[in-house]
Write a protein that binds this ligand. Structure first.
Ligand code: ZN
Length: 301
């Protein structure tokens, strides 16, 4: 497996952009796809990232007027944050999202509040997206890009509204957060099991769905692109880290009280927080530990 974790065109028509969110490299990335005179962007980054992302894409040859859709993987602020600001610069564009979250995008106060709880001062307010610019996507829906299509694949687990985007002609997937967070340099995948939305069983079902796709490129928002015939190894890595955590929870349930169990899981998840700014890491580990423990309980209860 090879990796790409810079800003540029890593394959004909496919562009990865480091949004340099929170003043950091390798925290949040977005994907662009161009076919002929049309293009789409996958995810929009944090609320203050729109200008940087659009400027980077323009430099790489994706002009504002060519962009027809900004396709969001889910409602979290680090993915949906810049949707409305982007629209102001993209006269021909719609925002694509799961129907569960269309209303929240039009009234983004809850998304912002949720973002603040995790990101603290790094979360800045979101503007509402006009309802007429929102396209609620069905499972399997095809979005036209020039002569080609992108397919919306419902992949709940990380959140209930999660969509991964598949470009069959490129054997490429923008996987959002459902597989986990990819530590490109060590080729390891950490769980992205945020409280309160993580659902372990749905995650496993979504992983099987992704496994059935023919893929050479798997692009992660956090962070980088896995490339090659063996790109799907990231699925095995993800399942392995989830299983290891699951064992810890099962072994200690009944032995440790709730707070101690969270502590135990947090230790394992410490490295998984490298994508967050220093001051947020402790909180992120807490959210993931609680999310994982609750996510398993949903499954067994
Ligand atoms: Zn997320």
């Amino acid at each position: 497996m090879e990796i790409y974790d810079g800003t540029g065109e890593f394959e004909n028509g496919l562009f990865y952009v480091d949004t340099l969110a929170h003043g950091m490299k390798s925290s949040i990335g977005v994907l662009g796809y161009r076919n002929g005179a049309e293009s789409v962007i996958f995810d929009s980054g944090m609320p203050n990232s729109a200008h940087r992302i659009l400027a980077s894409l323009k430099k790489l040859g994706i002009g504002h007027e060519s962009i027809r859709h900004v396709l969001l993987t889910h409602r979290h602020i680090d993915h949906a944050g810049s949707a409305s600001v982007m629209l102001e610069y993209l006269p021909n564009s719609f925002i694509g999202i799961h129907p569960f979250s269309a209303k929240q995008l039009a009234e983004p106060f809850k998304i912002y509040e949720g973002g603040k709880v995790l990101f603290g001062e790094y979360a800045t307010p979101m503007r509402p997206v006009q309802a007429s610019s929102i396209r609620a996507l069905r499972d399997g829906e095809e979005i036209l890009v020039g002569q080609d299509v992108v397919k919306a694949i419902y992949t709940p687990g990380h959140t209930s509204d999660h969509i991964a985007y598949h470009i069959p002609s490129k054997k490429a997937l923008f996987c959002g957060d459902v597989i986990g967070a990819f530590a490109a340099q060590i080729k390891k995948v950490w769980p992205a099991c945020m409280y309160p939305s993580f659902d372990y069983q749905k995650y496993e079902t979504s992983m099987e769905r992704i496994r059935s796709l023919d893929l050479t490129f798997i692009a992660f928002p956090h962070f980088g692109v896995a490339i090659g015939k063996d790109a799907k190894k990231v699925l095995d890595q993800s399942l392995a880290t989830h299983k290891a955590l699951e064992r810890i929870v099962i072994e200690n349930t009944g032995k440790l009280d709730g707070a101690r169990l969270v502590q135990e899981v947090k230790i394992v998840l410490n490295e998984a927080t490298a994508i967050f700014p220093e001051s947020v890491r402790e909180r992120a580990a807490e959210f993931m530990a609680r999310g994982f423990i609750e996510g398993i309980r949903t499954q067994t209860s």
